[in-house]
Design a protein around this ligand. Structure first.
Ligand code: ADP
Ligand code: ZN
Length: 727
């Protein structure tokens, strides 16, 4: 046990965010410091931020030891957070400094609480009134005594900032400085929610209330009211005076959710995601720690905020693959939410229409409680699902909308209803082929083909983001005008749809077509209100957005996800197709989902059509169990990468030959093999796969095995525990 307070001059161990593999010793500063205090320490010539992690290791000449420079003016890290970071690092094998970086992702933590200028209505007379000045004063009157920042006020009034400044000079507007990091407006859990249906009320009772840790899998088709149900759990948590966190997979989703929170609790919660300004991040980080934020809605990194007393974590769309960060630090936010909940005695709710097999299996095993909502709210029903057997459709090779689907869309247009054409491929065409020499245009840095984006008039690599202009001659044989697009992307579908339905209003929804989350959101709202007859979209539309007028979903290529060797291909396809279909008929009108497929008898396609979810999961679980695959066995992926392929393979072979530590726990290593994408951003990638039995101490063995190797110059190793995909 470490001391909880260190007097001046005591030896303390400080964990910093710098990539060092150990905790460093310092002397406690004047006035002493608490265990967990955020501090600034000298490191070589620099000053860096760290946390007082425990007793110092000692063994130094005390006169050589440097002192902590100062204690930062933020709440010390709480013991449950300390445990969380330690346990999360042990599980994911993410080094501790990187863990601490996740937990301190806000700017200016060391700064004193800063001030900002705000503007209120003053009492001075305006000697010369102009329309612009009038607008500013009208805005201020409309909002009563509220304070504005200069920018807000200028924006609201539709004027330049000089107009506001002019009013300040006259005394009609009053300028003052206030602290920037103010608490968030109070949420009122006492306000009534929507009256719940019997099914929903039963779910709320089953989830239960209280303060201890447990995890519930809340399963229900899209539109069944899962959100209404978990908002009740949020209300219960707030009533207990504890904090709640709701994780959502996509930023674009938060807007709709924030509006619902405001309607339910009378104010907006704190937001934490990549679209939030730096100033606001800092405010959220501090307020979460001080208790000035009751509810946080955010992306996965919101799990690493310094909650004062976290009582509930909701992971909405828990199966979503965006919870697993696939670059940089590799962790699965769903699993980390359960870990965090267990350490801070918070309740955890995993909500999904199509849970991950992991969560399903945990519920089957009795580790999680399982609560099911069986029907859609109100008159809404699950859509009817049918296959279109593409072998029977008469379709030329450069067309993808079958006559059957075309007729169905035509009928919707005539009825004034919306159709969604779903294709999970961005851009115009996935491949550009030279008809003279047969070459396909690839990325210069990656082992990937470049995707034509016709709106942008460029080719783009979806691996590294590199773009180049569309060439007019073949880069390989210089033939002119022989380059041809092969296969469809959403932009090409839009072209085909425009030809088939010349009168229809067509909108394309694809993440790359919008400059900002805000622009995307505005566009989605416009479409939902009836601004389009046909929506053409990627998986972006599958996630939670509500289109009340939508009654038909046409899936262009239901077989797309079934190709490839990915462990989760079946699970992903099942989830995605069920979710996309769920977009149809969310209001009173019944929807239809039509799946174009060349293999209508494929077991996964049949499971999707029949809606036999339990049957699908049982079959999928049995297959994985037989193969010793997760969640019935353990896996880790190791990707080695470097600028030259030789040293990378050599290291892979070296690791495979020296696998004692793995054999000791009965684990096996496969490889080395070129990764499915063998080159990304000019780096060659080689993959090893480790498989172990379910109870095996995999992380400890991996650390002993791979932790000790010396990486040749330029070679990097990344370890992925429970890999989601093999790329
Ligand atoms: P899910 O999260 O399962 O997709 P939602 O909670 O978003 O479902 O509910 C779907 C729609 O039905 C929403 O517009 C929601 O406001 C509405 N709804 C659900 N339950 C109720 C209820 N008990 N009373 C009124 N509206 C409800
Ligand atoms: Zn590339």
């Amino acid at each position: 046990m470490s001391k909880s307070f260190f007097d001046e001059g005591d030896l303390v161990g400080v964990l910093t965010t710098q990539p060092l593999d150990r905790v460093l010793d310092y002397k406690a500063p004047e006035g002493g410091c608490h265990l967990g205090a955020f501090v600034e320490v000298p490191l070589g010539p620099r000053k860096v931020i760290g946390v007082v992690w425990g007793d110092g290791a000692g063994g130094w000449d005390p006169s050589k030891l440097r002192s902590v420079i100062r204690v930062l003016d933020v709440a010390p890290m709480r013991p449950d957070m300390h445990d969380f970071l330690t346990r999360a690092a042990a599980y994911t094998l993410i080094p501790m400094p990187a863990m601490l970086r996740l937990a301190t992702r806000a700017p200016g933590l060391g700064d004193p609480p800063s001030m900002q200028k705000v503007y209120r209505l003053g009492t001075g007379e305006v000697d010369r009134m102009t329309p612009a000045r009038e607008r500013v004063l009208a805005v201020m009157e409309e909002f009563g005594g509220l304070a504005f920042t200069l920018r807000e006020l200028a924006e609201q009034g539709g004027v330049g900032t000089s107009v506001v400044k002019g009013l300040v000079k006259q005394g009609a507007v009053f300028e003052e400085a206030t602290p920037r990091d103010t608490p968030f407006p109070a949420l009122d859990p006492g306000r009534p929610g929507k009256p719940l249906t019997e099914d929903q009320a039963r779910a709320v009772v089953q989830i239960g209330a209280g303060d201890g840790y447990d995890t519930t899998l809340l399963q229900g088709v899209t539109g069944s009211g899962k959100t209404e149900v978990y908002l009740e759990a949020v209300a219960d948590c707030l009533r207990r005076g504890r904090q709640a966190l709701v994780l959502l997979p996509e930023i674009a989703l938060t807007a709709e959710f924030l509006t619902r929170v405001e309607a339910r609790f009378g104010a907006r919660p704190a937001e934490w995601h990549s679209g939030v300004t730096m100033t606001e991040r800092r405010r959220v980080w501090r307020m979460v720690g001080e208790g000035g934020a009751q509810l946080v809605v955010g992306a996965r990194s919101a799990l690493f905020l310094p909650y004062r007393d976290l009582g509930l974590i909701v992971v909405d769309e828990e199966h979503d693959s965006s919870y697993k960060q696939e670059d940089g630090v590799l962790y699965n936010a769903r699993d980390m939410a359960v870990l965090r909940g267990s350490l801070c005695l918070a309740r955890v709710i995993l909500a999904s229409a199509t849970p991950s097999l992991e969560s399903w299996a945990n519920a089957q095993a009795g580790k999680y409680k399982r609560v099911t909502l069986s029907s859609r709210f109100g008159a809404a029903q699950m859509p009817e699902m049918r296959a279109i057997d593409m072998r029977d459709e008469d379709l030329p090779g450069t067309r993808w909308i079958s006559p059957t689907l075309r007729d169905a869309i035509e009928a919707r247009i005539a009825a004034g209803e919306q159709s969604l054409i779903f294709l999970n491929r961005r851009g115009y065409a996935p491949v550009t082929l030279c008809r003279a020499c047969g070459a396909q245009i690839g990325c210069d840095h990656c082992d990937a083909r470049m995707v034509e984006h016709r709106f942008l008039k460029r080719l783009m690599c979806h691996q590294c983001g590199e773009t180049k202009p569309m060439p007019s001659v073949c880069p390989s044989c210089q033939a002119e005008d022989r380059l041809a697009p092969v296969g469809p992307g959403v932009e090409r579908m839009a072209e085909e749809a425009a030809e088939l339905f010349p009168e229809a209003r067509i909108a394309v929804l694809s993440s790359d077509l919008y400059g900002s989350a805000r622009a995307l959101k505005a566009h989605i709202e416009e479409i939902a209100a009836g601004g389009a007859d046909i929506i053409i979209g990627t998986q972006l539309v599958a996630k939670g957005h509500n289109f009340p007028l939508l009654t038909l979903v046409g899936v262009i290529d239901a077989d797309l996800g079934l190709q490839g060797s990915d462990l989760r291909a079946a699970e992903r396809t099942f989830q995605l197709m069920r979710q996309v279909a769920g977009r149809a008929g969310r209001a009173a009108k019944k929807g239809v989902a039509l799946l174009q497929t060349y293999q209508p008898d494929h077991p996964v396609i049949r499971a999707i059509l029949s809606g036999d979810e339990e049957g699908f999961w049982s079959a999928e679980a049995a297959e994985r169990e037989a193969a010793g695959a997760p969640p019935y066995g353990r896996m880790a992926g190791i990707v080695l990468s470097g600028p030259d392929v030789g040293p990378v393979f050599d290291l892979g072979n070296h690791l495979v030959r020296n696998d004692m530590a793995l054999r000791e726990i009965g684990a096996q290593v496969f490889g080395p093999a070129p990764a499915p994408i063998a080159r990304v951003r000019g780096r060659h990638r080689v993959r090893l796969l480790v498989k172990a039995a379910k109870g095996a101490p995999l992380q400890a063995a991996l650390s002993r095995w791979a932790g000790g190797v010396k990486l040749p110059n330029g070679v990097r190793m990344s370890i992925d525990i429970d890999p989601q995909s093999f790329f």
